[in-house]
Design a protein around this ligand. Sequence first.
Ligand code: PLP
Length: 417
Amino acid sequence: MYKKLLEEKLLQLKQEGHYRYFLEVNKSVQHFPHFYYTNVQGEQRAAVNWCSNDYLCMSTHEAVIGKLSHTTYKSGTGSGGTRNISGTTIYHRELEATLSAWHGKEAALLFNGAYQANVTTLQTLARNINDLVFFSDQENHASIIEGMRGCKNKKFVFRHNDMAHLRDCLQSVPYHQPKIIVFESVYSMSGSIAPVQEIVQLAAEFNAMTYVDEVHAVGLYGKNGAGIFEREQLQEKIDILNGTLSKAIGVFGGYITASKTIIDFVRSFGNGFIFTTSLPPAICSAARKSIELIQAGDRQVLPQKVEQLRTALRQAGVEYRENPSHITIVPVPGAEHCRSVASRLLLEQGVYLQPINFPTVPRGEECLRIIITGRHQLKHIHHLAHSLKKIIHGDHQADRQGIQALAFADGAGETEN
Ligand SMILES: Cc1ncc(COP(=O)(O)O)c(C=O)c1O
């Protein structure tokens, strides 16, 4: 009976076109952004990954891999315990110190992912401050929505980046009632950037706390790569900042940084922090190494690559949505159409772009989300632009140009960095 119930749900998901099929993206340190997959005929194929969030390719950095290996040999693989029960090491402490200093905060707290950090922190605040009111941007990530869900606290959802609407919402709650404005700095599915200066001003005016998810900004923006709040010199104005160790940092895990009191509060009351095994020590030391390298790195490479990519798209006549971030969105409306374009790009052109469909974006706003990394070269960019032109606009001239721009079997062996 239960099997049937579950199967019915799965069938429904498939009929709605929301069922997720995973592609095996067999990554290679040497050949990134090329990867290997096996097609339905059982043949091994190479393609270029255009949707990895390993923005700075730190997951393939020799020194980060070296640190991970070295600490694993010294400390073993897993931590073997929750933070409270034998799962805290010098590597956890050192990483938390690095993170709090990076973000200009008093303290930091590690989680096994930014998803868990968002859910646990927001839930912990909601459960312990009964009359806390949430003000949440309409485009906030699923983990933020999950963190606010299931609690009795009142929620206002303000229109994306609409400060007049946020002001209206804030005005409707008494000044002394606890409030928290929850938003992202770089929005992952539209590439828009929050008006952070205005948000912190509104927070001050209406006596609200502020919570930002900088998952797609850490490592990329600001003098030391700490994110948009560093770039805008507003680090001291944000109450709680959430980040990931799994995207630009290229390792694994998540965290929050805040005042000592807030961190102690989440550490002491947050079930999603307390009742789970801590990160492996080697992950912590590798993440710290990666952050040190990022802090010392050149922040100009990625914006230049983004500009090269957008120039190539314009020249090829491929439409994309303008935004001020590193995330390039090519609209391909219609779930089936978007899926079919992505599938043809992979099978015919060796271009891997995951179609972004409802519920991740609203219906009708289906798109391809292009992520360029430090290791995509001009030849990859031109091949992508020509491939998109061919598949989206059915331009066969572009096909020949695209094939000239990048020969796959050979390209997969290159190691330029
Ligand atoms: C905006 C945002 N917040 C949080 C997360 C979760 O991060 P993590 O992968 O570290 O759990 C993601 C995505 O993966 C995200 O896009």
